[in-house]
Structure formats: C-alpha cells, structure tokens
Design a protein around this ligand. Structure first.
Ligand code: G6P
Length: 625
C-alpha cells in the first residue's frame, strides 16, 4: 500500500520521464544508454547521462532523442562503473540542453536525475538565491539539486542531506543522487513516481520502469512512497526518508527480455497486435473453470462478500482503458444485473462523486501509473468504497493502492497505442462478469457456455490475424482521407470509440466514434463521397439496425468499411469493403471486432509514414494531470 501524507490529488508527477542508475563492476555508460533506450517508449524530449570519471563528474545532456545524446558521448572514454541517466519530458522549462537532466548542485560535485514535480520549488529557490546561489536552468529539479548541495555543505553527509531535502519538499519525486564526495554510493528515493531497484550479481540497477532492469536481473524492490535506498558496492539499505529502516521486500520480475524486444516485427505495435492470441490466453489461464461454468479469481477472494452485496459498480479509467470499461459495463450489467457506471477518471476525481459504502470501484489501467486514475482511486477510497484494480503492470502504484484486483497479464506493452492490453482487459472483464453472474443468477449451464466461448477466443483472434491481408489494401486506399467515422452499437459501440482512437493516435487522421444510431443526430452531416465510415456490423440483435445505418451512408455516397460476421452474405452487397471475423457470443465480439481496427490504424499510419510506436505528443503513461 502507498503511504501518503500529502493531498494525493497533487501527488503524481511527470513520470513519463525515464530514470536509470547503475553501480557495479561493468562500465556504467553502456548499461545506462541501453537502459534509456528501453525507456524510450514512454515519451520524452531530451536525455542526459552522468558518470564519475577519476573523481570528476562528467555530464552530457542534450535535447532530442537518446540517439542524439549518443552522438556527443564517447563510451571508450567513460569507463566509470557508477552513473545515472535520464530521459526528460518537459514540464518546467522547454526541452533544451540546459533543462535536460542530470542537474548538479552549485559546486558541481553532486548531481541528480528527477522525475516528478517539486511544488514548492519557487519558495526554496528564493531562499537559495538569497543565500547567494544561482541557477542555470528553469527547472524545479535543479532547485532540488542545489538544495541538496546546500544541505551537504552543512552536514557533510550525502544521505542526510538527501533526507533533509526530501522532508522539506512538497510534490513528487523519483530521484537518484550521485556525488564525487561519496563516489561509491547511489541514493534513490520515491514519492509518487515509480522507482524499481534491481539487485544483480555484483551490481545494482535503479530505474523508473522494470524494462530497463530485466536484462540484468529479475530480483527487484519496488520502493514505496517516501522510501529510499542507499546503495554502495558492499550492499544496500532501504529506509524511509525519516530514517526508519524498512524491510524492502524482494520481488521477482515475471516477464522476460523477449517480451520487450521487437522479435522480427517492424514495430512494437504490430508485434503486440500479433501477440494477442497468447496474451488473451495468459489473461484467462488458470482462471476458467469450464466444467463448473465458473471462474476462479484468486485476487478477488478477499472481497467476494463485498462484490456479492455491491449495489453498484463504478469503473474508472482513461483512454483505451476507459473504452474497455464501457464494454465491461455492458457485460456485467447483462450477466450480473448490477448497475455499472463508467467514468473518465479525470472527471470522477474532481466532481465530488457520490459514493455509497456498498459501491465497488474498479480502476482499469495498463500502466498502473496514470495520474488521473490513481487520484480517482484514492478519492473513491477516501469516500469509503471498496477499490479494485484491473492492472497490467505488476507492482505499479494503482495495483498497490487497491484493496484487491486482477492482473491482466498482457506482458509489457511498448507501443504507445494500446492493443494487447485492451483485449486482455476485456478478457478479465469477461471473467469478472461471469464470476459476478455466477454469484447472482447465472446458471452453471449458461456459465459453461460462456466459459467455453471465452476459451475459444484465442484461436479466433489467430484466425483474424491469419486472414488480414485485405486490411493492408484498405488502409492504402484510405490513407489520404482527412476524416474517418466509426460506428457500432451495443457491445460494439465502445469498439467504435476504440477504433477511432487508434486511428487518430498513430496516423493523425481525424476520427470519431459514435453509437451508430446517433449518426442521424449530427455526424450524418459530415458524410460525402470523401468520408470513409467503418461500421462494426457483426451478427447480433441490432444487426438489422446497423444495416439501415449503412444504407443511409451509402445514400450519401460515403464509403463503407464493414466488420462483419463470417458467413454473412448480405453485407458485401451494401459495403464497399468487408472484413470478416469469426462468430462468438455477442458479449465477446468486441475482443474480435477490435482486431481488424487495430490493424487498419497500424497499416494506415505506416502508409502515411508516421512513427507508429512513438506517435507525436503522446506518452505511454500519462502521469501528469
Ligand atoms: C495514455 C496512453 C493510452 C492509454 C491511457 C491510459 O493516454 O497513450 O494508450 O490508454 O494513457 O493508460 P493506462 O496505463 O492507465 O491504461
């Protein structure tokens, strides 16, 4: 559990930035640069590195990418076995060389890398200016570096100086400090911005994200809020910033290196789309009791009574996770007959939501670090709700803040546009719906039918992937469109939203998703012969109504791309293009119908020459408001 003494609404900082720190027996520079590359997917605009070479701090930093930083360093000259590196996503001060991290104190002997926001940095800066210090950058992080330097001058003890500084600051930090005064020590600390500490053989590596660590070790400690670790060549100590020793529980990382590499695919996004048969299987593995028509979710055992008696479920999330929440709403209401509300976490946290003690709030998040979702979760908790999580990243802040939860087990998702995390969230939501349904009215026979259908999904996803050639051609044909409309009904309405989001995220084509019946209340005005309209038109009880929608678009010369059920002979007569998906229960159809839409956006973005894995202005994990 996280321990906060501050107003949590302000507590999360800019952890899209990446942190890597190393102390061990190998040259730190290479390890840090590789680590920074592993963190590139998070989004950043400048990078820097510092090592201690023959008792002197050597710092290189630069606006731009890690590759730009590489051009100004010479690894053969950097032989030190201790160092820190950073990728920055600008908040205070534009992304330029000076504002990039590491930042140093006045003497140039202490240097830090920092994720997060120091809220009272102006007050501290004012005091330091009065004391005669000056500053090179516009950043709050440099203020922290100078502050630590000032405290070191008084204490002559690096750890103490760091601790004193951290108890004085308001705001958030994931921090690593290094100094020539103690050239065999690294100090890392956390409040609100993740810090993972990896324990290897004769080496330690600190990072903001386990992907920079896995290559070196699987043994990690996730620092808690207001916790720090002091590392030297003989060992390490974990403690609070108030100097109380903590027990620093060691966890084992579960993913492997392969899962964060491209493995022959041109982009991470494509690889992740193709991983979905296996990631879906991982999400349901060991959880489906087919014969009993039931589900075993070990993570929910402690809250089984709460769930049984819940009067209402509130699902919160952002972006793609919010979309999966919408599908979850339809699934759970249908099976468990419990009212479900789905809300944007950012809205929920600020509008004084009414929460009753028998409400259960479910936060959905791939990263487990999204600031709005985290804050909304804390708000719900404060108001007495039971809070659950459907989270992908093990040990993440949201996962640790919840009372109970279910991991989605999609493995690391590197492409900024979420794909496999979405279908894994849907896997978990379908299990949850079945679980809740069985606690209520769903019979074992109906449960078994659903369990069988869930277990058949992976091969159906595989089938879609194996027959996806036509999607490339469709993408080519419409890659120059200015706008796209996505329409679906019922379970497939959230899929329309997700399809539109995917397209705009990575191809920068303006796209909107709508419930199909809403078309006539506005979007129909947009339709002309330049407008591609994607209909999710799979066979279910609203199929006929979808067909009428298609006719309306055709009548206005719009181009119809339909996602349809295999065996549908009618649809090709009315649609310009049809992408077929196998049949399943309507409730599970979103898991299949979204796959062609992921591919359509992928191939469109490639066709337009866009940077698919790192689209402009977006970050994988948005930890600022
Ligand atoms: C960012 C990402 C989206 C993601 C959203 C929520 O905006 O670019 O792909 O859906 O955050 O992230 P989460 O990690 O909480 O699921």
């Amino acid at each position: 559990m996280l321990r906060h003494s501050h107003n949590f609404q302000n507590i999360l900082g800019k952890t899209m930035c990446g942190i890597v720190g190393y102390i061990g027996s190998k040259p730190a520079c290479t390890i840090i640069m590789n680590g920074l590359k592993r963190l590139e997917y998070r989004g950043y605009d400048s990078a820097g590195i510092a090592t201690i070479e023959n008792g002197i701090l050597v710092i290189s930093k630069r606006a731009g990418k890690v590759a730009d930083l590489e051009k100004i360093i010479n690894p053969t000259e950097l032989t030190s076995t201790i160092g820190i590196g950073h990728t920055r996503w600008a908040t205070h001060g534009e992304p330029n060389d000076i504002n990039a991290h590491p930042h140093s104190d006045f003497s140039g002997n202490i240097t830090i890398i920092h994720n997060g926001i120091i809220e009272n940095y102006l007050a501290i800066k004012k005091k330091l200016l009065l004391d005669g210090y000056s500053f090179k950058s516009e950043t709050d992080s440099e203020v922290l570096a100078v502050f630590i330097g000032d405290l070191y001058k008084r204490t002559k003890d690096l750890e103490k100086a760091v601790r004193l500084a951290l108890t004085e600051i308001d705001g958030t930090f994931g921090l690593v400090v290094m100094s020539v005064y103690e050239p065999n020590t690294l100090i890392a600390a956390r409040r609100g911005s993740p810090i993972v500490f990896g324990i290897g053989e004769d080496e330690y590596i600190i990072a903001s994200d386990a992907s920079a660590i896995i290559q070196h070790t699987r043994q990690v400690i996730y620092l808690e809020d207001n916790e720090m670790v002091v590392i030297n060549r003989e060992g390490y100590t974990t403690k609070t910033i108030d100097n109380q020793t903590t027990n620093g529980e060691i966890h084992e990382l579960e993913f492997d290196l392969k899962s964060i590499e491209k493995g022959g695919f041109e982009h991470f996004m494509l690889k992740e789309i193709y991983e979905q048969p296996s990631t879906f299987r991982d999400a349901i593995r060991g959880r489906l009791l087919i014969e009993e028509g039931n589900v075993k979710l070990g993570g929910l055992r402690v809250v089984a009574d709460k769930l049984r008696n819940a009067k209402r479920l509130i699902i919160i999330g952002c972006g793609t996770s919010w979309h999966s929440g919408l599908v979850g709403e339809y699934m759970i209401e249908r099976l468990a007959q419990i009212p479900v509300e789905v809300e944007y976490a950012s809205e929920f946290r600020y509008r004084s939501p009414i929460i009753y003690p028998d409400d259960v709030v479910i936060a959905i998040s791939q990263s487990g670090e999204t600031a709005d979702t985290y804050a909304a979760l804390r708000e719900a908790k404060l108001k007495g709700a039971t809070v659950l999580g459907i989270v992908n990243v093990v040990g993440s802040s949201i996962a640790r803040e919840t009372d109970a939860g279910v991991y989605s087990h999609a493995g690391p998702e590197i492409g900024v546009a979420s794909t496999k995390a979405f279908t894994s969230q849907l896997a978990v939501l379908s299990l949850l719906a079945l679980y809740l349904g069985r606690l209520k009215n769903v019979s074992s026979i109906e449960g078994k039918r659903l369990a069988e259908a869930i277990s058949a999904i992976p091969e159906k996803i595989q089938y879609i992937l194996d027959h996806s050639d036509s999607i490339k051609a469709i993408a080519k044909e419409y890659a120059h469109a200015q706008n796209f409309l996505y329409l679906g009904r019922g379970y497939n309405f959230p899929v329309a939203l997700e399809g539109a989001l995917k397209l705009k995220e990575i191809s920068y084509i303006h796209a909107e998703g709508y419930p199909a019946a809403e078309m006539k209340h506005g979007p129909i005005a947009l339709i002309d012969d330049n407008m591609p309209v994607v209909f999710i038109a799979t066979k279910d009880d609203v199929y006929d109504k979808i067909l009428s929608g298609i006719e309306e678009v055709r009548a206005r010369k719009g181009k119809v791309i339909a996602i349809a059920s295999e065996g549908d002979t009618q649809i090709s007569k009315v649609a310009s293009h049809v992408i077929y998906v196998p049949n399943t229960l309507p409730m599970l159809m979103p898991i299949l119908s979204v796959i062609p839409l992921q591919l359509l956006s992928y191939y469109t973005a490639v066709e337009r020459g866009c940077n698919v894995d790192m689209p402009r202005n977006l970050a994988k994990s948005v930890t600022v408001e």
